[in-house]
Structures are given as C-alpha cells and as structure tokens.
Write a protein that binds this ligand. Structure first.
Ligand code: ZN
Length: 149
C-alpha cells in the first residue's frame, strides 16, 4: 500500500543499503553485519573459519562452537551470538525509526555492553567478571577472551 504511493518502505537493508532485508541477511550475511561477526570471532579461529558457511541464524546457533574451559571467556562466548543479533536488530530499528547514524564500531561497543549486562544473569559469570573491567572488554577483546585464560 505505502509502496504503491511511492513511500519508501524499509524492505531494503538499512545497513548495506543494497540488498533486500531478510532476517538472515540483516543478522548474518549482510556485508556490514558480517564485519561485526568477523571482528568478534577473531578470538575463536574455528568459528571465524566457519562463519562464511553459516547462511541462517539457525545455523549459527546450532553450530556455535563450545568454548573450552570454564572461564569468563566461556560465559561471554555463550551469550555472544544472541548479543550480536539483539544489538544488530536494535540498531536497525534505531536507523529506521529514529533516523540514527550508526557505525560498525558503535555497534560493537553496544554488543559488548549487552554481553557485560547479560553476565548479570549468572552468579558464576558475575564472580568471574570481577577480575575485569568493562573497559577491558571494550578495548581488549583479545585480552579478555584469550590472554586472561
Ligand atoms: Zn545489508
């Protein structure tokens, strides 16, 4: 209806502005979103390697590798795919409905903020979290995920 009147409807992906927006595109295969995944998955070479083979959100969740060990990194790793998808979805809505500009760097920060908050849901994660600062997560992703082990 709106399309017939020439009003632009949000069926074009607002992140890459070129492909049609489907849920799997927006949350995973979009060139813009793919960059976010690549940056975050750098701490897990197997996942980083598997990323281009995952074409749907379901495939990501079904094939998300287990993190070895029971460290803070494992707690972060468990919530990471949900934090990415949740944050990309919220960013998409902010772009479309509030006309906000977002950069990949900003979205990554928001993903890390969601991860940080969600660690509150587990007392074990809260305990492990005491060893690091939120700024470590923001500026030292590799430090928290790999070097801290
Ligand atoms: Zn896109």
């Amino acid at each position: 209806m709106l399309q017939k009147r020439g009003v632009q409807t949000p069926n074009r992906c607002c992140l890459c502005k070129s492909e049609e927006e489907t849920l799997n595109h927006l949350l995973l295969t979009c060139n813009f979103t793919r960059q976010l995944w690549e940056v975050l998955l750098v701490v897990h070479p197997d996942a980083r390697h598997a990323l281009p083979c995952w074409n749907t959100v379901l495939e990501v969740l079904q094939n998300w590798p287990v993190w070895n060990g029971r460290s803070l990194a494992a707690e972060i790793w468990d919530v990471l795919p949900y934090a990415v998808m949740w944050t990309v979805w919220k960013s998409r809505n902010a772009i479309i409905f509030d006309n906000v500009n977002v950069s990949a760097g900003m979205i990554i920060q928001h993903i890390k903020a969601s991860v940080w908050q969600w660690l509150n849901m587990s007392s074990r994660a809260m305990e492990l979290r005491e060893k690091v600062q939120f700024s470590d997560l923001v500026h030292g992703w590799r430090y928290v995920m790999v070097d801290q082990q």
